[in-house]
Ligand binder design. Structure first.
Ligand SMILES: C[S@@+](CC[C@H](N)C(=O)[O-])C[C@H]1O[C@@H](n2cnc3c(N)ncnc32)[C@H](O)[C@@H]1O
Length: 178
């Protein structure tokens, strides 16, 4: 078992479907997986013992974490729901919470990607970005990515005012200081 307090995968704005953390926790029973969303989880079967769902504002939750305790943080289609000021605050907290060489993965619409990368660079992250493949979009089982890629007509129907683009994955790395 990993060091107490250490989080292997932290999914921010995870949504109310626990399939992803459940699958990850079952595949890696020795790792701690945490999902955070402002909404409560609802009525699902119990999660494996190494997975936890926290109902909280992500900014409040991040303040409670130990420095350098998180290996991978993830946010799929969360940042487009937050004002820039809050995104900057979120990135600052994640930078503190990530272990050296820790990763912050972000999936977003293409039109938001360059602004987000700029904010990450301001906090000293190095980043790369690429379009998700259709196979990857199935693998981590996130509803938003799957709908966009595999059911674009259904998605466009339900979001008439939103311009939908193929999702892009940003990988931000907190480089170890030499
Ligand atoms: C577009 S959904 C994406 C859900 C999931 N990540 C996915 O890809 O299927 C955004 C989620 O972020 C959550 N959310 C938005 N702002 C939040 C905040 N400040 N703190 C915690 N959760 C938040 C919403 O409740 C919602 O479940």
């Amino acid at each position: 078992m990993e060091e107490p307090g250490r989080i292997h995968f932290l999914d921010l704005g995870a949504g109310q479907n626990p399939d992803r953390i459940k699958a990850l926790a079952m595949r890696h029973p020795d790792r701690r997986i945490i999902a955070v969303d402002i909404h409560p989880l609802g009525d699902f079967e119990p999660l494996p013992p190494n997975a936890v769902y926290v109902s909280s504002n992500v900014l409040q939750y991040l303040k409670t974490l130990k420095e350098k305790s998180v290996q991978i943080a993830n946010a799929d289609f969360l940042l487009n729901e937050m004002p820039d000021k809050e995104i900057m605050e979120l990135i600052r907290h994640i930078k503190k919470a990530l272990a050296p060489n820790g990763r912050f993965y972000i999936s977003e619409d293409r039109q938001n990607v360059e602004d987000i990368r700029r904010m990450l660079h301001q906090h000293g992250f190095s980043t790369r970005a690429r379009e998700l493949s259709a196979e990857e979009a199935m693998e981590p089982k996130t509803w938003f990515t799957q709908e966009r890629i595999h059911h674009p007509h259904r998605w466009n129907e339900s979001r008439k005012n939103m311009q939908v683009t193929w999702p892009v994955r940003i990988v931000a790395v907190k480089r170890q200081k030499r």
